[in-house]
Design a protein around this ligand. Structure first.
Ligand SMILES: [Zn+2]
Ligand SMILES: [Zn+2]
Length: 353
């Protein structure tokens, strides 16, 4: 496979760390998400080794983190800072008459979310990159663009959690643990982690959960009502794409509480609402249910913020990188991720230059 030279605003990044995420499996299984065949991987940190003639924000030698978003920078959403809602992400692609960025003897090869991070080098549009403090280690930096930006972003940008508020997090994997630790930073005083795995609940406590619930052992609705003295929580984050968990979350909301759907749902998934005032508190308590996407992160702002918090010792990313592996071990690491036993594996690549 060959990688083209950067043109226009493109940047060639020597990848130093690339995180494994469940989304790569979803894309592989569904065949969605771009042009196949495709290089997967979308959590990248590395060093810039070449830039196209029009690149202006990113320079050779910069340490960069990539975001799994492709903001054009020109549309109404982008101009408002809502880069996750860009209306023309394909504007970052090469044109049909241009040589593909990646190709082999059979033709062009796609890049998941414009990145394709399971590779030693990636050629990306500079709009997908943020330069970071070179003091930041690559392994920890790589996971910021997805798991941290999503979990932290849904707490800060979407729910706007305030000091003294209460939250429940359903699913304490990479995204859930970040929601927990960022909610703790934001001053939430009751942070309830719910999961079906003991090791994840132990991590949840380490990341700042004030209470944890093993929903295989106790009824989560009863347990949360008891913890909150029947007041319910202000914010419930559903990190797992399971409709039944969403139903549970709707039952533990307090006055003006909101359920946030974070984890992807399977095609055809249904969630049932019971809006009658006789059946639920949805209307009388003015509760809500809200979809979210990548934590509504304006990553140009949020990624450097998470880097600062890590370097100040206030954001725990070390325990999120449960192991570093060689790219040759990727299949084994994905089997482990599917079993749900570990928080995160990160592929590391030696420096080439
Ligand atoms: Zn991801
Ligand atoms: Zn745009």
């Amino acid at each position: 496979m060959s990688v083209a030279e950067p043109i226009g605003h493109e940047v060639l990044v020597e990848v130093r760390a690339s995180g494994l995420c469940h989304s790569d499996i979803s894309v592989a299984q569904t065949g969605m998400g771009g042009d196949w065949p495709m290089v997967l991987g979308h959590e990248i940190a590395g060093v810039v080794v070449a830039v196209g003639p029009s690149a202006s924000r990113i320079k050779v030698g910069d340490h960069v983190v990539a975001a799994a978003l492709r903001p054009c920078g020109q549309c109404r959403a982008c101009l408002k800072g809502a880069v996750w809602a860009c209306s023309q992400p394909d504007a970052l692609d090469r044109g049909p008459d241009e040589k593909p960025r990646l190709e082999d003897e059979h033709g062009a090869i796609g890049q998941m979310t414009g990145l394709g991070g399971f590779a030693e080098k990636v050629l990306v549009h500079e709009n997908q990159l943020v330069s970071i403090d070179p003091a930041m280690p690559f392994e920890q930096a790589s996971i910021i663009g997805c798991a941290v930006a999503t979990g932290g972003g849904v707490v800060l940008n979407v729910a706007k959690v305030q000091p003294g508020e209460s939250i429940a997090v359903f699913g304490c994997g990479g995204v859930g643990l970040n929601a927990i630790q960022v909610a703790a930073l934001a001053g939430a005083t009751r942070i309830i982690g719910v999961d079906i795995q003991t090791d994840k609940l132990e991590l949840a406590q380490k990341f700042g959960a004030t209470d944890v619930i093993d929903s295989t052992k106790v009824d989560a609705v009863e347990a949360i009502q008891k913890l909150t003295e029947s007041e319910g929580v202000d914010h419930a984050f559903v990190m797992v794409g399971v409709p039944q968990v969403t139903q549970t979350a709707l039952q533990i909301l307090g006055q003006s509480g909101t359920v946030y759907l974070v984890g992807g749902m399977s095609p055809g998934a249904e969630v049932h609402l019971h809006p009658s005032p006789g059946d639920s508190l949805l209307l009388p308590f003015q509760q809500g249910i809200r979809g979210t996407w990548l934590g509504s992160s304006n990553f140009y702002h949020d990624i450097p913020m998470y880097v600062d918090l890590y370097l100040q010792g206030r954001l725990n990313l070390d325990d999120l990188v449960s192991q570093t592996i060689s790219i040759d071990d990727i299949d084994k690491a994905y089997e482990e991720l599917e079993r749900g036993g570990i928080a995160r594996s990160v592929i590391t690549f030696p420096a080439q230059s």
